[in-house]
Design a protein around this ligand. Sequence first.
Ligand SMILES: *Cc1c(COP(=O)(O)O)cnc(C)c1O
Length: 241
Amino acid sequence: MSHDPARVERIKENLAAARARIEAACHKADRDPAEVSLIAVTKTRPAEDVRILASLGLSDVGENRDQEAAPKAAATADLDLTWHFIGQLQTNKAKSVAAYADVVHSVDRARLARALGDRAAAAERRLTCLVQVNLDDDSQAGVLGPRGGVDPADAVELAARIDGHEALELGGVMAVAPREGDPYAAFGRLYEVACLIRDRYPRATMVSAGMSGDLEAAIERGATHLRLGAALLGDRGPIVG
Ligand SMILES: *Cc1c(COP(=O)(O)O)cnc(C)c1O
């Protein structure tokens, strides 16, 4: 099946522009761009966009809702993609997510870690899990609703619970920048948590941080995995979660 050439061209240009931003930010931060991986967030986009991204060499795909991710992963199962689940996750969705996801970025409680681990084990799969760290202050969560994540003070304990499950691999940490305030400061706090966890679990090196609007701050503060949606695939409209 051939892709819409205009769409391919658009995504190709976006990808080149995103890579240029990443390189510039790495240069500024004195980091090697090879240390920074790109996950294409395809939420609200059709499976066809996933195929185009794959044809352009991107094999890491992120989704934030199981209802959307499960059919998209099934529709592209012939492509050897790595699926990242990045959204808030209810425990009753663990079985579905554990069947197709390779990495779950949004593990924010022990009960969810155990559910994912048990479901992965039953499916004879292994899942990499990241500890999602909450960088909001409470006043924002109160007004706008929580964005998920464990309190930074509880992150090491949750890491231990993930590490202790036979079907789970502790990958590192993830966060979303607060809606307000300085993303550099917030990602700096995430990096401190990442270092605490990595001291204890040297293989847990992933720092998933940085979206289309704040990738420069994330790179400056040690991100290893960027999650880019709009920068690659265009604006999703006003209903962004
Ligand atoms: C949607 C989403 C992204 C991508 O956001 P963009 O601003 O489109 O780059 C990254 N992380 C999470 C958790 C998301 O839900």
